[in-house]
Design a protein around this ligand. Structure first.
Ligand SMILES: Nc1ncnc2c1ncn2[C@@H]1O[C@H](COP(=O)(O)OP(=O)(O)OP(=O)(O)O)[C@@H](O)[C@H]1O
Ligand SMILES: [Mg+2]
Length: 392
């Protein structure tokens, strides 16, 4: 057969053809013939016994090379050819096995076809050209099979990749739909809120009633808070990085305020809360947003810990940043979820969580030119680290 892929087979190590025959003269004839045809691509080895052949094969594989074919005589002292090929086939099933036999040995050859995955048997005496052609054909099939296996693997990988991409697409599609929905709801709420402006009119209608004045004040303050939440939701839906009004605040004072708000929480009250403020810089920030981040992280820490748990707030620094660590000794996060926790709507809390807490934290910190990261070990605990740039 022409156009052999033999020379092009993609292999870096050495490839062997091993001949086994106890008759030295026959063995020499055989190897010479094979060397004439395949010495450019293969190492041809001659062995005089089955055991010698088995040792050599183990050695070749030990050296990370490959035996592609074993050609064995059937009738040999000690282990016969069919036994040898059976044993090779069970240990190295990819090796091509060829048996040489006289007319009398045909039964063993058929036995070997069934048990040794025998690729071919040749009845002595054979025609030299036919012999070489047979060997070529066998090698060629071997490479085609290898190539098929490689293509199959590539196909499987491509398929896996396609599935992953599809899943990502579906995920972002879902987010886009949620985004649109959220934007229209936010828009509607904003419209409806204008009615609360009439509270001012009520106040003007009863200017002397202090009680009404107080209620109106509360209504308007609440309306403003709802407006600011709605604006935030709209920005979230549009996937914008928020820009906030910022002014300088003492970081530890801001953290203390967040901790005092958290202190109202029944569950948080049962945790030991430790403060480790190593520095107390003045930082330009949106105070309310930073408080929101700390509350979110704290709430997660409380939910991850039991009553004897400890949550630590640490403020330290590296070369360019202030570091705020929220450390808990709770359940921890497994490594296969550690990336996912930042995705909006990822939650392990079922109905109890919406999975937006960390996404909001990340947006707020990025809106402060900062960075937030997480390190965690299951059963040991979790540390969230916020890095914020120092003021110039
Ligand atoms: N300190 C922590 N310890 C262990 N797991 C945590 C911790 N913080 C976050 N997680 C994991 O990350 C997930 C996402 O957190 P995230 O705050 O975004 O949403 P959530 O807490 O589930 O819901 P919510 O929107 O109410 O905050 C949590 O469900 C939890 O599995
Ligand atoms: Mg949360």
């Amino acid at each position: 057969m022409d156009g052999l892929p033999i020379e092009h087979a993609d292999r870096t190590g050495r490839r062997y053809i091993i001949c086994v025959d106890d008759d030295r003269a026959l063995l020499d004839g055989l190897t010479q013939q094979l060397e004439g045809a395949f010495s450019a691509t293969h190492d041809i080895e001659a062995t005089e016994s089955a055991q010698e052949a088995l040792d050599l094969i183990d050695q070749v594989y030990h050296d990370d090379d490959v035996v592609e074919m074993v050609i064995s005589d059937q009738v040999m002292p000690g282990m016969k050819g069919d036994e040898l090929l059976t044993s090779i086939h069970s240990k190295y099933p990819k090796v091509i096995t060829v048996m040489l036999t006289g007319q009398a040995g045909l039964d063993s050859a058929i036995h070997a076809i069934n048990n040794a995955g025998l690729s071919r048997y040749l009845v002595k005496p054979w025609n030299d050209d036919e012999f070489l052609m047979t060997i070529r054909e066998l090698l060629e099939n071997y490479y085609l099979e290898e190539e098929n296996a490689r293509l199959f693997k590539e196909l499987q990988l491509a398929y896996q990749h396609l599935r992953d991409t599809q899943e990502q697409l579906i995920h972002s599609e879902k987010l886009a739909i949620v985004g649109k929905l959220t934007a229209s709801i936010a828009h509607e709420i904003r419209n409806q809120l204008t009615i609360l402006g009439y509270a001012e009119v009520i106040k003007m209608a009863v200017p002397d009633n202090r009680q009404v004045g107080k209620y109106v004040q509360n209504i308007l303050a609440t309306r403003n808070r709802i407006l600011s939440i709605v604006d935030e939701i709209r920005q979230f839906a549009r996937n914008q990085i928020q820009t906030y009004e910022k002014s300088p605040f003492q970081l530890t004072e801001v953290l203390d305020t967040a901790l005092s708000i958290i202190g109202y929480d029944k569950e948080a009250k049962r945790r030991t809360i430790e403060k480790d403020y190593q520095i107390s810089p003045l930082l330009t920030m949106n105070r309310d947003k930073i408080i929101q981040v700390i509350i979110n992280l704290f709430r997660n820490a409380v939910q991850a810990t039991t009553d004897d748990g400890t949550i630590t707030v640490r403020v330290s620094e590296n070369q360019h940043h202030v570091l705020i660590d929220i450390v808990d000794d709770g359940c921890g996060i497994s490594s296969d979820q550690i990336e996912a926790i930042w995705q909006p709507f990822f939650t392990t809390k079922g109905e109890q969580g919406t999975g937006l807490g960390l996404d909001i934290c990340k947006r707020i910190i990025e809106g402060h030119n900062g960075h937030i990261s997480c390190q965690s070990k299951v059963g040991v605990g979790t540390t969230f680290t916020i890095e914020l740039p120092f003021d110039d």
